[in-house]
Design a protein around this ligand. Structure first.
Ligand code: SF4
Length: 207
């Protein structure tokens, strides 16, 4: 929990300025569609930081909950606000990430959807002896992408990680490409190999 809070505030200060631009379009879009934004300051701030990070890492405003896939058509649908928003509001009360919901959504319903989202991220990480195996997470029914994805598993690992290197095992080549962009954005060295149908990437934190 303490590492999660440290990570939250690190991102808050890092993206403070760019988050203001996110707030501007979020408010405009919500007004047009008669939606509201998540009323929890922490949830909204965290989602805005994640939107900023997606844009800074991948050059596009992808959904704050899903790193890009190998399917370009799906990626277009995943730009925030995504193509799944109305379907998910009907299903969960809010969009998947609990960023947008109907203007008249009750506080209890916002809380229920925010808890649903947080539960998705509270699966135990498969981290042992400097190796993070990101495979085997449940798939989101709308996008068929893992929750939590490699990027979010890595991010929560790095909040409290003290090793010199971290080996990250991923299932798909696209995740290696994403990891390369994450490493580049964070100024880390990275190497990767294909092993028995999966991929092992090593992130080097030594300067
Ligand atoms: S689920 Fe919500 S936050 Fe994620 S892309 Fe869709 S509208 Fe944006």
């Amino acid at each position: 929990m303490i590492y999660m809070m440290i990570g939250f505030f690190k991102d808050f200060f890092k993206y403070k300025e760019s988050a203001k631009k996110q707030q501007a379009w979020l408010e405009k879009y919500a007004k047009q569609k008669n939606y509201a934004l998540n009323p929890s300051w922490m949830m909204l701030t965290n989602l805005k930081s994640n939107l900023c990070e997606m844009e800074a890492t991948f050059g596009k405003r992808y959904c704050p909950c899903f790193e890009p896939s190998a399917d370009e058509e799906l990626n277009k649908k995943m730009m925030c606000p995504c193509k799944f928003i109305d379907e998910e509001i009907a299903q969960y009360g809010t969009c998947h990430c609990a960023l947008f919901g109907p203007a008249d959504l009750s506080k209890d319903d916002w809380n229920t959807s925010s808890k649903r989202l947080m539960n998705e991220y509270q699966v135990p990480k498969n981290l042992k002896n400097g190796v993070l195996d990101t495979r085997g997470m449940p798939l989101d029914p709308h996008r068929a992408l893992p929750i939590p994805d490699m990027m979010h598993q890595l991010k929560s690992t790095l909040n409290g990680y003290r090793g010199d290197t971290l080996t990250v095992i991923v299932e798909h080549e696209q995740e290696v490409k994403n990891l390369e962009k994450i490493a580049q954005y964070r100024g880390l060295k990275m190497s990767s190999v294909n092993k028995n149908g999966s991929f092992e990437a090593v992130l080097d934190f030594k300067k």
